[in-house]
Design a protein around this ligand. Structure first.
Ligand code: LLP
Length: 425
């Protein structure tokens, strides 16, 4: 599939459908998702990690079509709420292939997980053990894993680093919390501990932190084996695999990751006298991100002394990522061939904040004007799933393109949708 981040100009066709056609038919802002690219990325993972269980991290982007694609491509699912879980299972996803995460699982999350029979629940705090054991009941049975803090700092931004000590996720090895929790789980006959989990963070572009995580986690497996005679069959290394948002940016190379992680795991286990556990991985961004494009119409162009502000019909409510993480995007003009020289502009959103900037200091043709169509590549992950209701503009629809056809997956949130939730006076 064509990677949309290539710096080209003029009509851009994705999944055999010109993007201007999608904009005409479904309006803007709109998210376009290339089904073939999602499926291809799922297959790339299956090929790179043939012996591992690959779980798609639903938080990146989920809808019923996505559930189907992921299921058909043979992946499992990582969910972190009753909402994601219900959507998946009611769409027909096999619950035993689902893992439930969360540092603060609500009673509803746990009840839903038990009622629907999720494969594994990842324990993230000491208090969750007794809660879960009680909910499962003395005669029940539930497979669990433990989320461990490996003490490794990695990730594209401070806000998405989850592997370092002293943060809200998981149980640390260095202060003994992880070992203590594991001992308590072993005391609960209805909980079956299948393995350890860690998630270093997100948008990681180097293999090194994963290798450090393997060593750290195998170190813990070895200690547990010594102290409790415990043999854990599974090691979940989480997700976090980084993608390029702009031309020339690095992405994590999956083949290298797979090869090096496997080698490191084999070596560390052999040295510790352990059998090699089954690997699980949880990519979200790297599956959905590059397969999505956000489309906007330009509503105004304003030239100040220092800048040209190109304002579009969306913004921080459909893409909070530049404001949250300082992420840089590369919007491009689509739908017409300009031929004008590139000029520096700042693409801003329509929201009532000066910080609603989608792309600062990017180059677009000098004759950019209202009515033009802009495409923002790499918008498939953590865009719709993080969209908000700010300024009551309504969240954009999602359109799938495949084999020359475009079809609506999620409709636009209407003003009536917004009004209908407002039930008091
Ligand atoms: N597994 C666990 C336990 C996670 O918490 C996450 C992401 C993943 C897997 C998938 O990570 P990925 O492969 O997508 O990097 N909103 C942020 C990203 C937050 C990631 C949260 N956890 C962003 O827009 O960059």
């Amino acid at each position: 599939p064509a990677s949309a981040i290539e710096p080209r100009e003029g009509e851009l066709t994705v999944g055999g459908v010109p993007l201007s056609e999608v904009a005409d038919r479904f309006g803007t802002p709109v998210y376009v998702i290339d089904e073939d690219e999602v499926r291809e990325r799922c297959r790339t993972y299956r090929h790179a990690f043939p012996d591992a269980e690959v779980l798609y991290a639903a938080k990146a982007f989920l809808c019923r079509a996505m559930v189907h694609w992921v299921a058909e491509e043979g992946l499992g699912l990582d969910v972190c709420s009753a909402g994601e879980l219900e959507l998946a299972v009611t769409t027909g996803f096999p619950p035993e292939r689902i893992v439930l995460h969360g540092n603060a699982k609500s009673p509803r999350d746990l009840d839903t997980a038990l009622r629907l029979g999720v494969g594994r629940i990842v324990i993230d705090s000491p208090s969750e053990i007794a809660r879960l054991a009680a909910a499962v009941g003395p005669h029940g049975h539930q497979k669990v894993m433990v989320r461990v803090v490996p003490g490794i700092s990695a990730g594209g931004h401070e806000k998405i680093r989850t592997g370092a000590e002293d943060q809200k996720f998981g149980l640390s090895i260095s202060d003994g919390y992880a070992q203590h929790a594991i001992a308590r789980i072993l005391d609960q006959p209805q909980l079956e501990l299948t393995g350890l989990h860690c998630h270093l963070g997100s948008q990681i572009t180097s293999v090194k932190p994963y290798l450090a995580a393997v060593r750290r986690m195998v170190g813990l497996l070895a200690r547990l084996h010594e102290q409790h005679g415990l043999v854990l069959r599974e090691l979940d290394l989480g997700g976090g695999h980084g993608i390029a948002y702009r031309p020339g940016e690095p992405a994590l190379d999956l083949t290298t990751l797979a090869r090096k992680v496997r080698a490191e795991l084999a070596e560390a286990c052999t040295a510790a006298g352990l059998a090699v556990p089954r690997l699980l991985i949880e990519p979200g961004r790297a599956i959905a991100g590059p397969a999505g494009i956000a489309l906007y119409h330009v509503l105004s162009v304003k030239r100040t002394g220092a800048h040209t502000y190109v304002a579009v019909d969306g913004g921080m409510s459909d893409n909070p990522r530049p404001a949250l993480y300082g992420v840089r995007y590369a919007p491009r003009l689509v739908g017409r061939h300009s031929g004008a020289a590139p000029a520096p502009v700042t693409v801003v959103g329509r929201h009532c904040e000066a910080g609603d900037i989608l792309a600062a200091d990017v180059e677009l043709p000098d004759d950019i004007r209202p009515g033009d169509l802009l495409a923002v590549p790499a918008a498939g992950a953590y865009h719709l799933s993080m969209a908000s209701g700010y300024n009551m503009v309504g969240r954009p629809p999602v359109v799938a393109v495949d084999d020359g056809h475009a079809r609506l997956l999620i409709r636009r949130e209407s003003l009536e949708d917004i009004r209908s939730r407002d039930v008091g006076l």
